[in-house]
Design a protein around this ligand. Structure first.
Ligand code: IPM
Ligand code: MG
Length: 359
């Protein structure tokens, strides 16, 4: 079966890491028989420059008809000054929302040889394997009313709304239990139920659902404590399920446990497992065009796509094994470099992964 993949390279380092990842796709199809048809479209700042909006309707249409979407990164200083509703990030949020990609999986896995690249001591992070499940289409990111408003006295107020419907909470929490059941069986729900009513409801729903999953060891944690515990003793966690905003913050934090945000992939899935796959890192304007970006997060996002949306687990295994192999051989981009390793650029790293793909 031929899989239709939409490539949205985006902005900043997006095109560089995507070119690198495309080499891996090409190798999988030429050497290992993966059948894919690639389409490319503009999104984010690149689309704004082209036609004035971050998510052109033509891009959205291709996205809805594709089997899966691979995204590089969006945004950058060039577009920070334009009208809020037209910024690159809005395109990304609209795509997540319109495709109902409510389930965001952000694994934080430490590759053994990278223990020295973490800012935490190796014994704290070695063997780390956490799955953060972030609710992606609700909460304060989308709640209404929102905006910046001028009052009669000429001063301004900014407002956002944290709102969760029971159904939005249940569907993500259920996945939390299901995924925990396929892993070490521990689920930690992160909220701020001591202050925010919306997350008090969240906690109630998690507790009720917990009764249906007696085999899962369930815990609840306030988000401030969770941030501390992730740094203090990260290996206490197996699966974390949390709201949109808390998941955004905690996944950046968790990425540094693994050495670099340049290593972390993510999957954003709808109820049928169709999805968009993207590195957790951003567009990194400071290193654009210098062959410095780490392409491994995007290459690992490709692996997640093969596993979760395209049902090609052997190809996913092959890509993940190749990444582990090049890291084991000592290839390092600047973000994960440590003494004695071989420093390489984006292009060389991708070539090393391609060379390491094995039957
Ligand atoms: C992420 C990013 C996005 C988010 C931005 C770019 C809108 O930080 O995917 O984590 O906040 O969701
Ligand atoms: Mg983020």
């Amino acid at each position: 079966m031929t899989h239709k993949i939409l490539i949205l390279a985006g902005d900043g380092i997006g095109p560089e890491v995507m070119t690198a990842t495309n080499k891996v796709v090409t190798a999988l199809s030429q050497r290992f028989g993966l059948q894919v048809e690639l389409e490319h479209a503009l999104m984010g700042g690149a689309a704004i420059d082209d036609c004035g909006e971050p998510l052109p309707e033509s891009t959205f249409n291709l996205a809805s008809s594709a089997d899966a979407i691979l995204l590089g990164a969006v945004g950058g200083p060039k577009w920070e000054k334009i009208d809020r509703s037209l910024r690159p990030e809005r395109g990304l949020l609209a795509l997540r929302s319109r495709l109902d990609l409510f389930c965001n999986l952000r694994p934080a896995v430490l590759f053994g040889p990278l223990a020295a690249a973490s800012t935490l001591r190796p014994e704290i992070v070695s063997g780390l394997d956490i799955m953060i499940i972030r609710e992606l289409t609700g909460g304060i990111y989308f709640g209404e009313p929102r905006g910046i408003e001028e009052l009669a006295d000429g001063t301004r107020v900014g407002r956002n709304t944290l709102i969760y419907a029971e159904s939005e909470i249940s569907r993500i929490v259920r996945l939390g239990f299901e995924i925990a059941g396929k892993r070490a069986g521990r689920l930690c729900s992160v909220d701020k139920a001591n202050v925010l009513e919306a997350t008090e409801l969240w906690r109630d729903i998690v507790t009720d659902m917990g009764a249906k999953y007696p085999a899962i060891e369930l815990s609840h944690m306030y988000v401030d404590n969770a941030a501390m515990q992730l740094v203090r003793e990260p290996k206490q966690f197996d699966v974390i399920v949390t709201t949109n905003l808390f998941g955004d913050i905690l996944s950046d934090l968790a990425s540094m446990l693994t050495g670099s945000i340049g290593m972390l992939p993510s999957a954003s899935l709808d109820a049928n497992g169709k999805g968009m796959f993207e590195p957790v890192h951003g567009s990194a304007p400071d290193i654009v065009g210098q062959n410095l970006a780490n392409p491994l997060a995007t290459i690992l996002s490709l692996a997640m796509m093969l596993r979760y949306s395209l049902n090609e687990p052997q190809h996913a295994d092959r890509v993940e094994a190749a990444v582990a192999d090049v890291v084991g051989q000592g290839y390092r981009t600047g973000d994960i470099f440590s003494d004695g390793m071989q420093r390489v650029g984006t292009v060389e790293m991708a070539d090393a992964v391609v060379a390491a793909l094995a039957a």
